[in-house]
Design a protein around this ligand. Structure first.
Ligand SMILES: Cc1cc2nc3c(=O)[nH]c(=O)nc-3n(C[C@H](O)[C@H](O)[C@H](O)COP(=O)(O)OP(=O)(O)OC[C@H]3O[C@@H](n4cnc5c(N)ncnc54)[C@H](O)[C@@H]3O)c2cc1C
Length: 497
């Protein structure tokens, strides 16, 4: 049974494990750390937790809100990656499958099994897909794949049957709530002694004996402080190259790639059906997500402007719709939201970003500093372990790591905010109270998550929801008005172009 709203009033939610921002700022200015992590996406959160599990005094700063970058704009798949197998990247796939099993076990409320359906176009295609999936199973994908005949599909799903003249292969991956996974990881770290603060930008660094001093600016209050650490781990995703914070290291020359998703207001199937783009033959996902279909993605080189402000173009959305139309014929009229993220791909050469490996890179561009990028959400814990192995070597290991369970910090409650998406008033109130919320956008986009699905509802109800949380956050009328205005402007950017 989901907990009732009364329970939320009485008890603090697991999100309270994040701590209070004021306490975090005080802790940052008073203490010196073993490890300072810059960047509050999934990679930074993973490094922070691993550092804490190994007994280091660790802190993390994020210049916007936690998980406001690529880590909330992914396809939400925790997967081995069939595409990489087709390119012969067997080692990456084996590692990712191991991490998938790991996350399914450690974070069952956030990472759930997701069946995949691969329509088969021809006899040759059928043989090729079977061979790939047999290898996938051998590398550790469970349960093993099965084949479904065209007749079986036609009996249940005529639209899908038209795409599958030779039947379909059914196999399994997992689907995560990517944003909540970041928060669960941060909460697990803070519960073990770490400090985290959002809206704090890391600026320049200077060497101080065997330490590194990093200037931090409070993006809300404007104050600047300096924090001392034995090691700084920079996990800023696609933002390497940002000269403002001295992250323009040659060792981290990435080739960032933009990917977009469209959220369709249609009845989802119970599986991710893989759809082939008629334009270039790439496969796109059509995932069930919050009662909608999450369709994507694209893969195009990202410009400097797009890295700072990724947005889908009308052409990006048209590419996705061209692919999904055979499965969802009226999808053109059903686009409720569209948003973009930037993959921090390692520059491995080649003409297009589609061919680049998702392998990660950990570099030491200057003494006392490690930079980590690339990889994917699925492998974030493995990246964190390897990063911390290097930290261990530099500053001496404190203790062996252990496994930390990861729980959804905002468990579901009953009363919905809107009738056609499963976001609740209980989540809204609990996140406002416990979730280090600075702005209405933090609350609706990164904590509750409704903006990515229903930006129309956010624009319509922003004021009502701001009033609900105003007593919790101590907002007066003018603050409610300002936050409402700001969140409406931001939500408009999630509306289809
Ligand atoms: C379209 C798309 C689909 C994807 N799908 C999947 C998928 O299905 N499965 C999967 O496993 N992976 C997927 N990925 C990859 C995955 O999302 C990324 O690899 C991962 O989220 C990167 O996390 P990160 O922490 O490195 O970057 P980010 O999440 O971008 O975090 C970096 C953070 O650093 C902060 N920052 C920058 N500069 C500073 C500074 N000076 N001070 C403080 N903070 C700073 C930024 O604000 C940002 O929040 C996908 C990626 C994209 C784009």
């Amino acid at each position: 049974m989901p907990p009732s709203r009364a329970l939320y009033r009485r008890e603090r939610s697991p999100m309270s494990g994040l701590g209070r921002r004021g306490d975090a700022l005080a802790g940052l200015s008073e203490r010196s750390f073993d490890v300072l992590v810059v960047g509050g996406g999934i990679v930074g959160a993973g490094v922070l937790l691993e550092a804490t599990l190994r007994g280091y005094r660790a802190a993390l700063v994020e210049r916007n809100d936690f998980a406001s970058g690529t880590s909330s704009r992914s396809s939400k798949l925790v997967h081995g990656g069939l595409r990489y197998l087709a390119r012969g990247e067997v080692g990456i796939v084996r590692d990712a499958l191991r991490e998938r099993a790991n996350l399914l076990r450690r974070a069952p409320s956030l990472v759930r099994p997701m069946p995949h359906v691969f329509p088969l176009r021809s006899q040759v295609h059928r043989l090729a897909v079977r061979a790939t999936l047999t290898l996938y199973d051998r590398l550790g994908s469970h349960p093993a794949h099965t084949l479904v005949s065209r007749d079986e599909i036609a009996a249940r799903d005529p639209d899908l049957a038209r795409l599958a003249p030779f039947g379909a292969a059914r196999y399994h991956e997992a689907q995560a709530d990517d944003t909540r996974l970041v928060f669960a990881t941060l909460v697990a770290a803070v519960e073990r002694g770490a400090i985290v603060a959002n809206h704090i930008a890391a600026l320049r660094r200077r060497r101080w004996g065997d330490r590194v001093r990093t200037a931090l600016r409070d993006e809300r209050g404007g104050a600047t402080i300096e924090v001392e650490a034995r090691c700084v781990v920079v996990a800023v995703g696609a933002h390497f190259g940002d000269a403002r914070a001295d992250f323009d290291w040659r060792a981290m020359a990435l080739r960032p790639a933009k990917g977009i998703h469209a959220v369709l207001r249609v009845t989802p199937r119970d599986a991710n059906v893989l759809i082939r783009s008629p334009r270039d033959g790439r496969y796109l996902n059509t995932l069930p997500w919050h009662g909608h279909v999450l369709a994507g993605t694209t893969d195009t080189p990202a410009s400097r402007e797009e890295i700072d402000d990724p947005r889908p173009s009308a052409e990006d959305v048209a590419y996705v719709l061209d692919a999904v139309r055979p499965l969802y014929p009226d999808s053109d009229k059903r686009v409720r939201a569209a948003w973009a993220g930037i993959r921090p791909l390692i520059n491995a050469g080649g003409a297009t970003t589609v061919g680049l490996s998702r392998e990660d890179e950990i570099a030491s561009p200057e003494p006392g500093v490690l930079a980590v990028a690339g990889g994917k959400m699925t492998t974030y814990q493995a990246m964190a372990r390897r990063t911390m192995d290097l930290v261990d070597r530099n500053i001496g290991r404190r203790r062996a790591s252990e496994e930390a369970p990861l729980d959804d910090p905002l468990p579901p409650s009953e009363k919905r905010l809107v009738s056609d998406a499963p976001f609740t008033r209980g989540e809204l109130e609990a996140a406002a109270r416990d979730g280090m919320v600075e702005t209405l956008d933090d609350l609706l986009t990164q904590r509750v998550g409704i903006t990515l699905v229903a930006p129309d509802a956010v624009r319509e109800h922003a004021r009502d929801w701001a009033k609900v949380v105003a007593p919790i956050l101590g907002w007066d009328e003018s603050r409610v008005a300002r936050e409402t205005e700001d969140v409406r402007t931001r939500a408009a950017r999630f509306a289809p172009p």
